[in-house]
Structure formats: structure tokens, C-alpha cells
Design a protein around this ligand. Structure first.
Ligand code: CMC
Length: 433
């Protein structure tokens, strides 16, 4: 660090250290700003705030670059699988053959949930949203595995391998069970012989009298979807996981909080919102032009869902990969004429030549096409965000570990600029208006 930034305020100068990351991104270190000057920084939505240093994922939003542990997303999408990428994100390196086998064995071992958990599912009313069930059940894992959720960081870190395998493996089982519960269907238990994605689809779609048959194309499409969602640095849900972890909370509690943050339509809920938007455009007989016109207001409820991103000011590289694999996936699934797909393509073309969207650098994000892929795979709409949560689990786990193993960890505790009432005296009931 060098003291090469100077803040001039109230006639005085204060030197501020600067930092440069391994990919050249620059930051001003303001950790001592308040103590030195009495000022805090104000950055609503944290768009200019580095909340931590991290060695997991690199994004250059202007150049449309995404790398997990240094590896470009395009290369991982072409050569890797979700499980291998999960290992990479969590452990920092690609696994060798022995490590990969061991990791797969751990995931298989932990795929069933504790039999008593069935009763938890029973407690939820029919039609409960699977995201609510997912968050509650992930948190409850700490009750079934108290030795992995002590909230004593060193002990939880010592058992990290087991806890992380449980989280990655069981998130998929809980997700499938929450779907079966919401539909009033009997649970289908995991099969040890099946790989990760095939096992998930088996638990979702097999019947007690007939096994679901997964084609390699379907497994590949699901692998790609999960891999593309595996981490995305300091997004809303990951920052939430880090915030909860910063208090010393265990892995299960931290990732359960991540699920809640992911649920909203501005984050993981966008893939579902895209399909709802396309369906309503279709139902109104609009070719997309009326919708684009109203989306120019930028107001909630009118926004072009699946467009725009806080960090990408260029095409989201994940959207490029999904779009490129899209036609192949749809052909292999035998889907030819999806009217929603036609509307999506028209919306994209219209937005990419519209001054409103161009001037604000609003391009399709990963969710614009991922909802359509999920739909083609037969995943019900209220499960879309759950699918995102399964994919994001490795990232949340890696960030939990980064926080927990940082010997200089500080609890996340932002400040505020208070704009409420100044001090006033209590008014007795009989004197109130
Ligand atoms: N449609 C129409 N206008 C938009 C859109 C949109 N999708 N997104 C942003 N704008 C406008 C916004 O009204 C504002 O205009 P003005 O400058 O005239 O006030 C300008 O663009 C900047 O918007 P912002 O809300 O300040 O941008 P942000 O960085 O805070 O928000 C976003 C990013 C992703 C929340 C936002 O673009 C959005 O709401 N997109 C739709 C929801 C969506 O697709 N979310 C998924 C994000 S990717 C998956 C993930 O990582 O979670």
C-alpha cells in the first residue's frame, strides 16, 4: 500500500492508502476515514464499495469477463461439470482424479436427508413456496448435525469438508422434496448410482412405479445451468452469506440466509419473472413492442426482466454461453416452436437497438435465457429460483470459508446517515393528536 490518495475536507488534507488487486482493480482504503476526519462514505446499494478482499471469482463488467479461481467461464463451460467446478470454487484448484472421486463419494454419501426431516416437510401447508422450505430446511441441518454447526469458527472449520459436502448434496435433495411436497407427490429418494444432475432429476420426476429417464443432453443442459450460476463474487445473496458468516455463524445458517436474499425478483427471482413477463406479453397478444415502450419508464413492474446488471455494462458472458447452447439444447429436447422463445428473441433484438437500453448499457443477463432453459427441461416455474440456489451453493460455501478462515475477520457492520427525527420529548397519550 502507498499513501497516494489525498482527501481535502474542511480545509485539511488527509492521506488515504490505496490498494491494487491482482487484476489491476484499484481501491481507496477508507478504514480509518471516520477516525481521522469524522466523515463516513455514503454509497447507497454499495455500487462503489469493496466490502472485502476475495480470491474466488473475478468479474470485469465492462469487458464481460467472468473467471472462477482464474479459469475463464467459457473454458469451464466447455470442459468441466458442475461438480468439478464446485470443487474448484470451494478448494481453489481443479481436483486430480483421486480428489474428484473422493468428492463424488462424499456427495453420494450425503445425498439422503435424515428420516426425521420428512416430518418437517409435512409441517408446511400444500402449495408452500419451495424457496421458503429450502431456506428453513437448510438452516435446520444445523440441528441434525450439531457437531458441524457449533458457531465456534475453528471447530466449524475443522469439519468443513463434511459440512460443505452435506450442503451441496442435500440442497438438491431438499429442493426436489420441496417440489414433491408442493405438488402433494410422494418423495423419491436419491440413488447412489446416479451422477449429481441425473440424481436431482430422478428425485424430481421419477414415480414410485416408473423411473424418469434422463437423456445426456438434458443432464448436460442442467450441468451447464448450474455451473454458470456457481459463483458471482459479491452479489446480494453472497454478500448476505458473508455478512452472516462474519458474525461467526455456522455454514448452514449462513447459506440459508443466502437463499432468502436470492429469492427477490431483482436477484435470483428474475429467471421466474422473465417467464411471467413473456407469458403476460403472449397473453395480451403483444409482439413485444408495447412492452418495450413501457419498460422505458424503468419503473418496478415494467422493467424488462432479464436485462441489466449492476456490474456487467456489456453482454453478461453467462448469457452469451446459455444463448449459444440454447438451440442445441432445445433441438435435443424436441422443442421447436415455443411462442415465448419467439417473444424473447424479438424483445432482445428490439432492446439491443433501442436508445433507452443502449444509453444505460442494459444488456441481457443470465436470467433472460435461463428461465427458458428450465422451462424446456420441465422444471416448474416456482422452482426456477431454487435451481439458481442449487447452482450458487458452491460459491456461498467458498465465501463462508473465506470469511471464517480470515484471522483478521471483522463483523460486517456498516454505518448510516441518519435522516429521521432529531431528539424530541415523549408525548402522553391524552396529549396526542
Ligand atoms: N428495464 C428497464 N430499465 C432498467 C432496467 C430494466 N431491466 N434495469 C435498469 N433500468 C434503468 C433504470 O430505470 C435506471 O434508469 P434511470 O437512469 O433513467 O433512472 C438505469 O437503468 C439504471 O438502473 P439501476 O436500477 O440504477 O441499476 P442497478 O445497477 O441498481 O440494477 C438490476 C441492476 C439488475 C437490479 C436492474 O438492471 C434490474 O432491475 N434488472 C431487471 C431484473 C433482473 O434481470 N435481475 C437479474 C440480475 S442478474 C442475476 C443476478 O446476478 O442476480
Amino acid at each position: 500500500m502507498a499513501n497516494d490518495a489525498v482527501l481535502k475536507i474542511e480545509g485539511k488534507e488527509f492521506p488515504l492508502p490505496t490498494m491494487v488487486g491482482s487484476e489491476g482493480e484499484k481501491a481507496i482504503d477508507v478504514r480509518n476515514l471516520r477516525a481521522q476526519t469524522g466523515y463516513i462514505t455514503y454509497d447507497d446499494g454499495f455500487g462503489n464499495t469493496g466490502s472485502c478482499t476475495s480470491g474466488i471469482t473475478f468479474i470485469d463488467g465492462d469487458a464481460g469477463i467472468l473467471r472462477y479461481r482464474g479459469y475463464p467461464i467459457e473454458q469451464l463451460a466447455e470442459h468441466s461439470s458442475f461438480v468439478e467446478t464446485a470443487y474448484l470454487i470451494i478448494h481453489g484448484e481443479l481436483p486430480n482424479a483421486k480428489q474428484r472421486r473422493h468428492f463424488g463419494d462424499l456427495l453420494r454419501l450425503h445425498s439422503p436427508v435424515h428420516a426425521a426431516m420428512d416430518h418437517l416437510f409435512e409441517g408446511f401447508p400444500l402449495g408452500s413456496h419451495p424457496m421458503a422450505i429450502l431456506s428453513a430446511l437448510l438452516n435446520s441441518l444445523g440441528c441434525y448435525y450439531p457437531h458441524l454447526a457449533t458457531n465456534r469458527v475453528q471447530e466449524d472449520l475443522a469439519n468443513f469438508e463434511e459440512a460443505s459436502a452435506i450442503a451441496i448434496s442435500k440442497v438438491r435433495t431438499i429442493a426436489a422434496m420441496s417440489y414433491r411436497k408442493s405438488r402433494g407427490l410422494p418423495y423419491i429418494y436419491p440413488k447412489r448410482t446416479l451422477p449429481y444432475c441425473e440424481n436431482f432429476l430422478h428425485m424430481m420426476f421419477s414415480q414410485p412405479y416408473e423411473d424418469y429417464v434422463c437423456t445426456p443432453e438434458v443432464a448436460q443442459a442442467l450441468n451447464l445451468f448450474l455451473l454458470l450460476h456457481a459463483d458471482h463474487e459479491q452479489n446480494c445473496s453472497t454478500s448476505t452469506v458473508r455478512m452472516v458468516a462474519s458474525s461467526g455463524a455456522n455454514l448452514f445458517a449462513s447459506v440459508a440466509a443466502g437463499v432468502c436474499a436470492l429469492w427477490g425478483p431483482l436477484h435470483g427471482g428474475a429467471n421466474m419473472a422473465v417467464i411471467e413477463m413473456l407469458e403476460s406479453i403472449h397473453a395480451e397478444g403483444d409482439d413485444g413492442s408495447k412492452f418495450i415502450e413501457s419498460a422505458r419508464s424503468g419503473k418496478a413492474g415494467h422493467r424488462l426482466m432479464g436485462f441489466g446488471h449492476r456490474v456487467y455494462r456489456n453482454y453478461d458472458p453467462r448469457a452469451k454461453i446459455i444463448k449459444a447452447s440454447f438451440d442445441k439444447a432445445l433441438a435435443s429436447l424436441g422443442i421447436k416452436d415455443d411462442p415465448l422463445l419467439a417473444i424473447a428473441r424479438r424483445l432482445e433484438d428490439a432492446a439491443l437497438s433501442d436508445q433507452y437500453f443502449l444509453s444505460r448499457k442494459l444488456y441481457p443477463n443470465v436470467d433472460f435465457y435461463s428461465g427458458l432453459i428450465m422451462r424446456a427441461l420441465g422444471i416448474p416455474q416456482n422452482m426456477f429460483t431454487v435451481m439458481f440456489a442449487i447452482g450458487r451453493m458452491p460459491g456461498w460455501i467458498a465465501h463462508w470459508k473465506e470469511v471464517a478462515s480470515n484471522p483478521k475477520n471483522k463483523i460486517y457492520r456498516p454505518r448510516q446517515v441518519f435522516t429521521g427525527n432529531a431528539k424530541r420529548d415523549y408525548v402522553l397519550m391524552e396529549k396526542r393528536a
